[in-house]
Design a protein around this ligand. Sequence first.
Ligand code: GLN
Length: 285
Amino acid sequence: MVTGRELLKNARERLEQAGLENTAMEAAELFALATGTDCRSGAAYGDALEAETDDKLIAAVGELTERRLSGEPLQYIIGEWEFYGLPIKVGKGVLIPRPETELLISLSKAWQGERRSLTVIDLCSGSGCIGIAAAKHLDCEKVFCVERSEDALMYLEHNIKRNGVKNAVVIKGDVTLTQTADSLPDADLIVCNPPYLTAQDMRELQKEVTFEPEEALFGGEDGLDLYRDITRIWSKKLKPGGMLIFELGIEQEEDVAQMMIQHGLKNVRWRKDSFGKVRCIYGIR
Ligand code: GLN
């Protein structure tokens, strides 16, 4: 007889042998997925660990473990990931929300102060994690989530509904085109986590990241293409006193600060994330 616990141990060992890092957590997530339980809460998961397994479950855990061993990100296998405490559906065709990106929301909350009924624009919205967190955690009149990828749009629409957000609208459009900006009202806050990896970064991607869409990762030769277009086109869309805030890649702060200043933004500042890396930059119109 094979218990759930033994099956879990076996999956963990296989992940470990392949050199993966968070094997305890990852194996628990895969086992939970196969048993339809939640490894972070509830007795059902514990029951499944003690219970005898059958061929079907053994095969299911084996198959999920294989997918993970092939390099597929755990988040895609599970199909949902948390961002700022909110459930976000993810999968092939959309970027996985990263914990560092939560800094954009924290800084936006700090900036909000006494401001009310904000008009917010989330550019390169992808899964919608930023726009949805803004709608949930800021006092927003409306949040416009701009995305051009058909694949990502499906996740975006789903995630807005999944989180019960009523004041977010999806705008299918290219953020590098002036006409997209022209179709939207002026905003108090524009948030954006653009693709920012360089050509060199793209050649050295971690296996997991190669499963994510290139469109969401690659920012041109020096990684800065989207910052150039966005500061040029969207700085003008801010109301006076409004803020443009970006996530940044490694060592991009000085170049992006220059672009923001060149396009008339003031009080340009950058901030580090909890890992000590400069991660966000903002400026005020
Ligand atoms: N806004 C999404 C995120 O932060 C997608 C960003 C992107 O595709 N570059 O996860």
